[in-house]
Each structure stands twice: as structure tokens, then as C-alpha cells.
Design a protein around this ligand. Sequence first.
Ligand code: NAP
Length: 250
Amino acid sequence: MASLPLLCSQAVTETILITGISSGIGKALCLEYLRRGARVYAIGRSDLEPADVPERPNFIAQDLSQLEAIPAALDKLLCGVPTLDRVILNAGVLGPIRDLRDTPMHQLRAVMDLNTWANKAIVDSLVSLGVEFKQVIGISSGAAVSGNRGWNSYSLSKAAFLMLLRLYAAELPATHFCSLAPGLVDTAMQDYLCGLDREHAIRFPSVARIQGARGTINMPGPDELAPRLIAAFDTVRDQPSGAFIDIRKM
Ligand SMILES: NC(=O)c1ccc[n+]([C@@H]2O[C@H](COP(=O)([O-])OP(=O)(O)OC[C@H]3O[C@@H](n4cnc5c(N)ncnc54)[C@H](OP(=O)(O)O)[C@@H]3O)[C@@H](O)[C@H]2O)c1
């Protein structure tokens, strides 16, 4: 676990826990929070590259698909942390775009483990550790509610994740929960989608729409999106706990 103290001259504005900081949205959020002087705790398979930023997050390496290992990893990471202002459940995988009937059970289970059940393990661990956590933001997706052809395990896992947070909202009234869809963001996930061939684009029309959005204002990069997301994390608190919110409609 790499951990260096923040510079004394920087005011620590808040304490956050975030999952999946090695690339894409999670990396951009982590860097932006560090720049703002937040105290960042992060868990995922890999840390930021050393050159990314002078300050470091408090990081613990953990494959979040290994559900049984999550409580001990969080115990180690958060030792002595009484309160988290925000928990950002970001780590996720897409899985192959293909019809549901062609998708084997083991693939559905693998995507569900990371995109849904790892998040249950995290919330439950925070409760058992006695850490106060004021807000939980699940990085959701339009796929949680759209049911587009081909999005099989991803759609199922994001729909279940949405309901997971809604159920916790009913159970844990002192914490504000929301599922926030960030819109299309130009990350590694888009490398896969935009690399799919013409046959896929014809069979799965949502893929063609995404391919057409790359390089336009409809698909910002994660660094551009991060400040907007951070602003949205405050705004969503006006909505009922457990709500699904699409940043494109805010
Ligand atoms: N990009 C979009 O257009 C878009 C749209 C809607 C929602 N989202 C959501 O945004 C979130 C971030 O995705 P992204 O677009 O930023 O993609 P990304 O660049 O692929 O980032 C995914 C992150 O999850 C981590 N991760 C993957 N498998 C993991 C595992 N088994 N254990 C721990 N960490 C793991 C990755 O780190 P390692 O590989 O180092 O483990 C990486 O940091 C996801 O939940 C995704 O569903 C993205």
C-alpha cells in the first residue's frame, strides 16, 4: 500500500473512497480530487502511475472480483478513518457486446461480481467497520435502464447495481445514495466499442450510435468530465436517496 501525507499547505476539503483509479473516469476523478486537496482512499487492481501526480492516494491493491477479500482490504485501507464524505463506486467492466442467448453463464456471473456484488461487499464492509459514510455515488450507465440489444451482462449488472443502491437507500437513511450515469466518456471502454466491426454495428444499433459520437462533444474525455461529475455529486443530494440520474439530463 503506497501512502504519502498531503502537503501541509493544502487544505483538505473532504475525505473520499473511490474504486478503480488506474484509468478512465476513476483516474480522472482521483487526480481532480487530489489537485483540490482532498484526502483520497482508493482500492482497485492497480494504482495511478507514479508520474501522474505529486500527491498520492492512500491505495490498496485488490481485485474487486475477489468478493471475500474485500472486507479485510478495506479494514487495512481505512484503519483509523472515522468518516468518509463520499464513496464513489466506479470500477466496472463492459463484457462482450453480443446477444444474451450467446452469452455464457460464467460471463454473466463475472461481470455481475465486479459491477454489482463487489459494491455490496464494499457497503457492507463500511457498515461493519463502523465508518460513517455520508454519500455513496454509483457510477451507473444508461444501460441500467435502456435494455439495448447486445448489452447483456453489462445491462443486467448495472440494473441490479441501481436497485442495490436503492435498497440501501431505504435501509441506511443517514447516507445519501445515487446512481449517476456519466454519459458517453472516451475511455478504454470506448476503445472496445469503437473497435467493433460493421457487422456488430448493424446488429447492435446502439454500437453504431456510440461509434458516431466519438470525437464529438457528445463523448468528452474523462479529464474534461471529472469537474462536472464532482459538481454533480453535490447537486444530486437534492434528489431522493436511491435516485437514478443521468448527467446529460441535469
Ligand atoms: N466510458 C463510458 O462511456 C461509460 C459510460 C457509462 C458508465 N461508465 C462506467 O464508468 C466506470 C468506469 O469506466 P471507464 O469508462 O472509466 O473504463 P476504464 O477506463 O476501463 O476503467 C475501469 C476501471 O475499473 C477498474 N477495474 C476493472 N476491473 C477491476 C477489478 N476486477 N478489480 C478492481 N478494479 C477493476 C480498472 O482498473 P484495473 O484494470 O487496473 O483493475 C479501471 O480503473 C464503469 O463503472 C463504467 O461502467 C462508463
